[in-house]
Write a protein that binds this ligand. Sequence first.
Ligand SMILES: Nc1ncnc2c1ncn2[C@@H]1O[C@H](COP(=O)(O)OP(=O)(O)OP(=O)(O)O)[C@@H](O)[C@H]1O
Ligand SMILES: [Mg+2]
Length: 327
Amino acid sequence: MITLENITKQYIGSKDEIALNQVSARFDSGLIHGIIGISGAGKSTLIRLLNQLESYDKGNIQIFDYTDLRHLNKESTRMLRKQIGMIFQTDHLLSRKTVLDNILLPISFHRKITSEDKKFAQDLLQEVGLSEYSTRYPEQLSGGQRQRVGIARALINKPSLLLCDEPTSALDVITTGQILQLIKATAKNHSVDVIIVTHDMYVIREICDTVTVMDKGRIVEHGDLDDILFKAKHPQTQAFVKEIGLDLSSVVQQFDPKELLLLKFDESIVKDSIISEMIQTLSVTASIVYANVTPHRIGIMVIHAPKRIDEIKLFLEKHKVVVEDVI
Ligand SMILES: Nc1ncnc2c1ncn2[C@@H]1O[C@H](COP(=O)(O)OP(=O)(O)OP(=O)(O)O)[C@@H](O)[C@H]1O
Ligand SMILES: [Mg+2]
């Protein structure tokens, strides 16, 4: 778990502008966290504090076993950074080094490369789908392939946290989807927590469990993705949600709220096509008026059921769907 308490950060030389203003947040382990905001909101600054690429003026950060990051000595800072892998918008690969040597680079800063390191780097290359590319140079790769190398490199020190700063901003939509799925698989296979910074709500929707919305150096919303999709209060959040066509409030307004049910699914239930089973078994009519169900994550759905809503609720609850009223 990572916690930030009342973090304030002003860059030297910037007059009135505060990069981070009283920022507090909690990032639980085992999850993929998204940070979204428009340019200049403070997203990169926030994640760069976590591995102390930047320092802060006030407040406290707790990460792994470290507290008060500002006063870590050199050795502790080095140990902290070793536990954090970083993926950037552009790949930051060294053009004169081969793919394999680029992956091994974070180790070579600290010690001699062993044959085990090379074996692990090759395993990582295979994992990111580039086992045949170890002797190539970065300029001989596509942008998506370079980003895959960047992911392998971020994992070479076996980190417990991956910080991704706009990892897909330079990629097309299809490659973006592939890289996001790779990050998600990586999080699971290597048991790493992920914090991913983006200005694209699609990225958040695709793989994140939680979302933190930033605006002008402040966190304006922070919590579970589904809750924020539904209950977006801040205009900036509402604008992001609208961008991906998931603006629930405009849909809900068209119905009597007493005839609406909010359903929360997990992946197993999505595969069971529970809604059609319900309609057949109960012989009821119900229409789906809103859905955010992707094959990769827990989904939410709103159904409009003008009649026998209590029976429908009971049936769904029996089938392990979490049912809530839409307020
Ligand atoms: N090294 C720096 N020196 C001075 N000011 C900086 C520095 N880095 C960032 N800032 C300022 O801090 C604020 C937050 O910047 P930050 O890079 O964290 O935003 P961001 O949300 O990551 O934006 P983007 O989406 O464009 O990457 C901005 O006003 C920016 O001008
Ligand atoms: Mg940034």
